[in-house]
Design a protein around this ligand. Sequence first.
Ligand code: GLN
Length: 263
Amino acid sequence: MKKSLSLLLIGLLILGLVAVSGCTDKAATAGTDETESQMPVYVVGTEPYFPPFQYADENNNNEIIGFDIDLINAIAADQGFQVTWKDLGFDALIPALQSGQIDIIASGMTITEAREESVDFTNPYINAGLALAVAANNNQIQSIDDIQGKVAVVQQGSTGAAKADELKSEGVITDIIYLPHVSDIVMSIQNGRGDFMINDLPVTNAFISHNPGVIKIVDDKIQSESYGFAVRNGNTELLNMLNEGLANVQADGTYDQIMDKYF
Ligand code: GLN
């Protein structure tokens, strides 16, 4: 009888301690919790296989890092919102934005007239462009003038793919292979399935500097382009926040720091 009473008392004491420590924890972090919980949370869609704009950091549990990631995080901090990231195929990004699955696209996406019909773009945040590359040992294709009758490899849904479509409809090239990621494209150039690739210059350059001797650029400007972040058509409130945040981080030097980090 006595024994069970003391066990009960010990039990109550433990429960009391747990409750007290729980309260203390809460009190200590209440300030931050509250400020953060009041912030809107936006879901940002990205295809994280596009270094240096967005990619998995192999040295850090495949955490998604990159120029676009840091830039969106800086804009979010400036404008007082939070973000969560969603990994999607590049060609799934616009449909996901339209269906409300995501709120923002940050994925090295080029501002094009065709896309402007389905989404609203921010002001451009970086200039890029399309480059033509071939296997490092290919001596046949030395410029865009040598692609007659050849096979292009491109990333599906990309502006590089649209350019290849144009070249095919003009009868310049015979075939196009569409693949999901830049790494797949490079592989098929390397193994000879395709003759040349069309992809974004900064990404092709980054690949070459990390993997020398695999591919080479033979034309570094088949088309000039600018990237923008995209929101749903008519989502002016979020569009304004992104544009304002972008201007602020460009003015206060944060943008330049991110630039130096990745380029
Ligand atoms: N900039 C290209 C485009 O918009 C490719 C982007 C990407 O693959 N992430 O189509």
